[in-house]
Design a protein around this ligand. Structure first.
Ligand code: GRF
Length: 208
């Protein structure tokens, strides 16, 4: 049984996709052992409670400095005894102590086809604004392992989504979620749960 901790900051639609995929059997041999939010008002916390999943708030506002917050975040994750940390819209830079402690055991969903529209400053609607400004015709989402760079870790899964005439950043964001994020995040977790993802020389190899 893969024990996953899901870290969130906002609406939690990716969390919901994981919860639903476990309920439907699209993800097997996996249990969400806790949801952690840096934001006490995140709707994702309600989704966790509705699904009877233990939910925790670790907010930087409650700590005197970043180091103490980072330590508390790591302690909370450690207390869940998780095999995998899933960043599902978590808007906090992951502390290096956590990356060292969970090497190739932290995954993130990014709403673009990495290496396009990723890195510092590319998050949320900004990603979709940049894609529309550049006039690309295909966008998408990426699930990747988290390393010490920003969106630079081994790529596990990607899915392309068509840009359509008249798209606004919000319309495109929604389509990328529906057609890519909510599909590949659960798939990647299921692959990891079944030992089908390995990292060799910095590249993720995913078995069929
Ligand atoms: C998603 O677009 C995800 O790709 C990004 O943050 C957003 C989170 O949405 N990293 P939600 O909280 O899962 O609804």
């Amino acid at each position: 049984m893969l024990r996953i901790a899901v870290l969130v900051s906002g609406g939690g639609t990716n969390l919901q996709a994981i919860i639903d995929s476990i309920a439907s059997g699209d993800i097997t041999d996996t249990q969400i052992v806790g949801v952690i939010s840096n934001n006490k008002n995140a709707y994702a916390l309600t989704r966790a409670k509705d699904a009877d999943i233990p939910a925790f708030v670790v907010s930087p506002k409650d700590y005197d400095n970043r180091e103490l917050f980072n330590r508390a975040l790591l302690d909370t994750v450690d207390s869940l005894d998780a095999d995998l940390i899933v960043l599902a819209g978590f808007l906090v830079v992951i502390p290096e102590i956590m990356i060292d402690a969970y090497e190739n055991r932290i995954i993130n969903i990014h709403p673009s086809l990495i290496p396009s529209f990723c890195g510092t400053g590319y998050y949320g609607l900004k990603v979709h604004e940049a894609a529309l400004s550049r006039g690309v015709k295909v966008v998408g989402a990426t699930v990747h392992f988290v390393d010490k760079g920003t969106d630079t870790g081994p790529i596990i899964m990607q899915k392309a989504v068509q840009v359509e005439n008249g798209d606004t950043p919000s319309i495109l964001q929604r389509r990328v979620m529906e057609q890519a994020e909510w599909i590949i995040m659960p798939k990647a977790i299921d692959k990891i749960a079944h030992g089908k993802v390995k990292v060799v020389d910095g590249i993720a190899i995913v078995e069929d």
